[in-house]
Design a protein around this ligand. Structure first.
Ligand code: FES
Length: 278
């Protein structure tokens, strides 16, 4: 297990492949877009870290934005219509009005069968799928015991947002730590931890209003939980909603991107970057 991580780095420091808090906003979102492009909507998989887009790509995006603003300004001056300029320059947020019901598949395209889930409670493999938007990763976790919102024979299969509620670090920096991984933290029980700045969440307990309870800061918001549904006649697994606060970076978990369509595949299993909390 890799117990190294970027937690000792100063925010804003140059760090190829590091998350938003270590890269700055432009490079973080460019990296997110780069990673998302490798993960088709509707598939459960683990993500592998890859090279960030070049500065040239980022600069090009900035140039295109300035072009849009300049053209929109010209339109506004020509027509005297500020409202039309704003509609041109600020696209309406995309998303969905309701949570879709999507079946979850493994990265090889076969259905996830709940009673035969491939990853045990002692496996720290990072299994990620996008929901409800195509750029919003969640982690699918088999816990050792029943938990709020858990499905399956032991009511222990759960899913949580894989975007940290502090500053938005994503996999592999936020991940599931099986029981016994860090004996001196959380009584040795399983937890979710983000190595960017040390926020931790308890996937076995539900906060008031939903989401995983905070075990350690700096986050001040519980981790949103995906509502799962188990069809016992087929053993298939579905994602049908999200409870808890909005996913970090969104005013609503349903708004700000493109809604996934069924089925959704997980990413290939990924080895997370892990470091026990101190
Ligand atoms: Fe700061 Fe996760 S982004 S702790």
């Amino acid at each position: 297990m890799n117990l190294g991580g970027p937690s000792s780095m100063e925010p804003g420091a140059s760090c190829e492949g590091c998350p938003r808090s270590l890269l700055g906003e432009d490079r973080f979102y460019a990296l997110r877009a780069h990673v998302d492009a490798r993960v088709p909507a509707g598939v459960v998989r683990r993500l592998l870290p890859g090279p960030a887009p070049s500065e040239v790509e980022v600069d090009e995006a900035k140039r295109n934005t300035l072009k849009l603003v300049a053209i929109g300004g010209a339109v506004a001056l020509g027509t005297g219509g500020l409202a039309s300029f704003l509609r041109f320059a600020v696209p309406p947020p995309a998303g969905s009005s309701t949570y879709p019901k999507v079946q979850l598949l493994y990265d090889d395209g076969t259905p996830v069968l709940v009673s035969k889930y491939r990853h045990s409670a002692s496996d720290n493999a990072l299994i990620v799928f996008n929901y409800p938007l195509s750029d919003e990763p969640n982690m699918l976790i088999q816990l050792p015991n029943s938990a709020p919102g858990g499905v399956g024979p032991s009511q222990s299969l759960v899913a949580f947002s894989a975007i940290c509620q502090h500053l938005g670090c994503a996999p592999p920096y936020i991940s599931y730590y099986p029981a016994g991984t860090c004996p001196s933290f959380n009584g040795g029980k399983a937890f979710i931890h983000c190595v960017c700045h040390g926020s931790s969440y308890d996937p076995s307990s539900s906060a008031s209003g939903g989401g995983a309870v905070i075990l350690s800061g700096p986050t001040q918001s519980p981790l949103p939980q995906v509502t799962l549904m188990w069809d016992q006649t087929t053993d298939y697994l579905y994602a049908v909603g999200v409870v808890g606060p909005p996913v970090k970076g969104h005013t609503s978990t349903l708004v700000g991107g493109t809604a996934v369509t069924s089925p959704v595949q997980t990413a290939p299993p990924q080895t997370p970057t892990q470091q026990c909390p101190t």
